[in-house]
Design a protein around this ligand. Structure first.
Ligand code: XMP
Length: 522
């Protein structure tokens, strides 16, 4: 595996994903964490950072020590830190460099092998490396900076050591890149990273979904043995893939629970349950619609609705789980972004992201967790899911909030309103799929507004509800833009909703981005 030491760059996860895409397993660690070196660690990548290496509180690691174990590649801040520690000069340059630059290769090297003569790379730095340390050489420049890529020339050669400066040659290869090979606009960045992984670290490119599945099933069988596992599944990608893996490992000893909370999408309970059965999951469906409607009665505050739904879900889950005798483990679909320890950009302090997995964790139950997807990014979960034979339709589903349609019905939730919204939402989502727009947006849904307005149908005056349609493009849900769906498409959906859902006589489209709006209305 490769270890990526994070100095707080916004791009660190992109490095990890690029490494994984090259079929090499990697893990992100905060820079301050001690690496446990063993024969599985093949290389280290130092990330970028919002800090300058010359800041008083700049995050540091001892690069020399790291190179005693494996090859090291510094990216941006990581490269500057390397240059500075070995005696080079890194300073705020009068020319800050952001955006595209063309790489001019100065020297043949395994790291830059098979690149085009003028390869576009992406820069984002205020400081520049003005002078390299002794014993280092420039591999590439750009028009505006003298050092865009470098390496230490004398690996493990004590004779050429510049001992006067206290600089010993490193035992393993040491490279630095001033640009960001991990970002999309560094056209051959992934090739450079692959060169580092394969040519320099000697990694085998065997991190594939098929391998992951075999290894994980084996590991699950070892870990679980003859014990019993209970798990809540939601119809979402993560819980479905996790449950399928556990089920392949232990079969009927996995007990899945799927709850109808009354605020799922139209027909979702039935179709998802049928898919689960087809996948061979040992699943129990619980129709708890009425319980949820009862508890939601009279509640119109969004946070109260969330709490009511969360608590009732846990109560039902606990009650059902107790019916399976001898359960000691709890399965969960936690994925890697939920557990990465991130470096706060407001100071080199380390915080752990709170994780917000569907269903919440019934702590009182005293069960140990089984989380087979803890090491995967979302796109890897999808690939594993497809390899497991889970239908494409389920794998490519948009995210859907735990409290479901309850937070898309503004104000009090009633069974009648759920029915109205389910029908409008279903028309919208089906149309998105039919017009091949579903995959182009990150999330979409209809929202029932607590607003009635006047309309006219035939000779009759109507006074009915309004539905807002929402569709956004996003990468992670943290920021989002409203999707520019074609007018023709919106016209057709509006027509169909108003003509076929009695109770709705007006449709509007939400054109707000996040921030300052949020994706959901509540
Ligand atoms: P917002 O509305 O905050 O939503 O822009 C961002 C993403 O989070 C989802 N979301 C939730 N998911 N429980 C969930 O499981 C919730 O209470 C909740 N609220 C928002 C939302 O659907 C979007 O994907």
């Amino acid at each position: 595996k490769i270890i990526i030491l994070d100095f707080g760059s916004q791009y660190t996860q992109l490095i990890a994903r690029a490494v994984r895409e090259a079929h090499v397993y990697c893990e992100i660690l905060p820079f301050s964490k001690e690496i446990k070196f063993d024969e599985t660690v093949k290389g280290i990548i130092l990330s970028g950072s919002p800090f300058s290496v010359n800041d008083a509180n700049a995050p540091e690691v001892n690069v020399m020590n790291l190179t005693q174990h494996t090859p090291v590649l510094g990216v941006c801040y990581g490269a500057q830190l390397t240059a500075k520690q070995f005696g080079g000069k890194v300073e705020r340059s009068n020319k800050r460099e952001y955006g595209r630059a063309i790489l001019h290769q100065q020297k043949e090297d395994a790291l830059l092998k098979n690149l085009l003569p003028a390869s576009q790379v992406w820069m984002s730095h205020g400081d520049s490396i003005l002078e390299l340390p002794q014993g280092f050489e420039v591999l590439a420049t750009t028009d505006s900076i003298p050092v865009a890529a470098f390496k230490q020339s004398a690996i493990g050669n004590q004779q050429s050591a510049n001992t006067a400066n206290g600089q010993l040659p490193t035992a393993n290869a040491l490279y630095g890149l001033q640009f960001h090979p991990e970002v999309y606009h560094s056209i051959e960045g992934k090739k450079i990273l692959r060169n580092f992984l394969v040519n320099i670290c000697g990694c085998k490119q065997d991190w594939t979904p098929a391998h992951f599945i075999t290894d994980t099933i084996e590991a699950l069988q070892k870990r679980i043995g003859s014990e019993q596992v209970v798990m809540a599944i939601s119809g979402g990608v993560d819980s479905t893939v996790a449950a399928t893996l556990i089920s392949r490992a232990i079969g009927e000893n996995l007990h899945c629970i799927f709850v109808d909370n009354g605020v799922l999408r139209k027909d979702e309970y039935e179709t998802v349950l049928a898919t689960y059965k087809k996948l061979g999951l040992n699943v129990k469906g619980i129709d708890a619609k009425e319980d949820f409607y009862k508890k939601l009665k009279g509640k119109s505050d969004p946070e109260k609705k969330r709490k009511v739904i969360g608590k009732l879900f846990i109560d039902i889950f606990q009650k059902e789980a107790k019916k399976f005798k001898g359960v000691t483990l709890l399965g969960q679909g936690t994925i890697y972004p939920d557990v990465i320890e991130s470096v706060s950009v407001h100071g080199p302090s380390v915080t752990i992201k709170s994780h917000h997995n569907v269903g919440g964790l019934p702590k009182k139950m005293h069960l140990s967790l089984v989380e087979p997807l803890r090491s995967l990014f979302k796109d890897e979960v999808r690939k594993v899911g497809l390899e497991l034979g889970i239908p494409e339709e389920l794998i490519s589903r948009h995210p859907f909030p735990g409290p479901g349609l309850a937070i898309r019905i503004l104000g009090e939730v009633t069974e009648e309103k759920v029915d109205l919204l389910q029908r409008a939402d279903d028309i919208y989502v089906k149309a998105l799929k039919e017009h091949k727009l579903y995959a182009t947006v990150w999330q979409a849904g209809a929202i029932l507004l607590p607003v009635k307005s006047v309309g006219v149908m035939g000779d009759e005056r109507t006074y009915e509800f309004t539905v807002a349609l929402r569709a956004v493009t996003s990468v992670d849900g943290m920021t989002a833009d409203w999707a520019h769906l074609p007018y023709d498409f919106l016209a057709r959906v509006s027509n169909e909703i108003i003509n076929s859902v009695r109770g709705i006589n007006r449709v509007v489209y939400d054109i707000s981005s996040k921030p300052p709006a949020t994706i959901e209305w509540e």
